[in-house]
Design a binder for this molecule. Structure first.
Ligand SMILES: *[C@@H]1O[C@H](CO)[C@@H](O)[C@H](O)[C@H]1NC(C)=O
Length: 295
């Protein structure tokens, strides 16, 4: 690994606030140590429901449309492009930064010794002591399938089980000597209500990017990132938000300007009451997402 990469990896560990297990002989670790964070039932449910920028054109969606009838609080991340104005108020859901609910981030050495494939699922379940047919087993199966589903035309996708492998893949996509930057949503206050009204407090900054790869966490006993990039027209923003409870968030947001090829059932169309191609679809990123940028 080049010397330029390690500082970035360390920066990311702190940005993400994930518990890292940076051990040289990681495979010696007791696997049970990885699991506690994902024992919270809520996590397994919530993560499955919504991957906002898991755009609806792939056909392999994780969205549970049946739950849409009664509006899920977590769906309060979508907005219209023309909502992006100073003084505008909108309800937004941001997850709590609860370290005990955050899956462990493994080092490359640690993740390399654990199989990550649907065909190995029975073995993986045994490793993490999850019974077949359990909620966790189902979520893990969905995650593996999601990672194995081939990319659609014009899309680049991969799953990463460590930051090192994520960065390697991003560099392959962007070019080995390219200067990559990462954009995340940051809480500027200690506590943030799950759902509240926010006012856009400063003019949103557009971040110009030649290429974008967005990485979202998927439910798994340790941190797994689903990363994807598209060639379609996107605009990235940094938006300063002031919550009604006084909490402040520096949020990363993306607007997908062309949704004409998306699945008409994509959750965002229900929320924004629009149809494919009619208007841009924007959403905020939760704090555990990483948006890689080639500027
Ligand atoms: C946001 O404000 C509107 C009125 O301006 C109110 O009806 C709504 O309940 C508020 N939403 C939240 C989540 O507080």
């Amino acid at each position: 690994m080049g010397s330029g990469i390690s500082p970035l990896i360390f920066l990311l560990y702190s940005v993400l606030g994930l518990k890292c297990l940076l051990t040289t002989e990681g495979h010696q670790k007791n696997f049970e140590e990885f699991v506690p964070g994902m024992k919270h039932d809520g996590d397994w449910n919530n993560h499955l429901r919504l991957r906002p920028s898991d755009d609806g054109n792939s056909g392999n969606t994780l969205h549970d449309h049946s739950s849409l009838s009664h509006m899920d609080p977590e769906l309060n991340v979508f907005f219209h492009h023309n909502d992006l104005k100073v003084g505008n108020k909108m309800p937004i859901y941001f997850p709590t930064k609860d370290p005990s609910a955050t899956p462990h981030l493994l080092s490359r050495q640690e993740s390399d010794v654990i199989p990550f494939s649907s065909s190995q699922l029975p073995y993986i379940l045994e490793l993490f002591s999850f019974p077949e047919g359990s909620k966790q087993a189902k979520a893990m199966k969905t995650t593996l399938e999601h990672c194995e589903f081939p990319p659609i035309k014009g899309e680049t996708k991969f799953c990463a089980t460590s930051l090192e492998s994520m960065l390697d893949s991003v560099r392959q996509i962007f070019g080995l000597n390219s200067k990559v930057r990462v954009l995340t949503t940051n809480y500027l206050s200690d506590t943030i209500s799950l759902l509240q009204n926010y006012t856009i407090s400063e003019p949103p900054t557009e971040i110009f990017a030649k290429k974008i790869v967005a990485c979202h966490t998927l439910p798994y006993p340790y941190a797994v990132f689903y990363c994807h990039g598209q060639v379609s027209d996107n605009k990235l923003y940094k938006v300063l938000l002031a919550g009604e409870d006084g909490g402040r968030v520096e949020a990363a947001a993306i607007c997908h300007m062309d949704t004409s090829h998306w699945d008409p059932n994509h959750v965002s169309f229900h929320v924004l009451k629009t149809v494919p191609g009619a208007s841009p679809v924007c959403h905020f990123f939760p704090t555990d997402n990483l948006v890689w940028i080639l500027s």
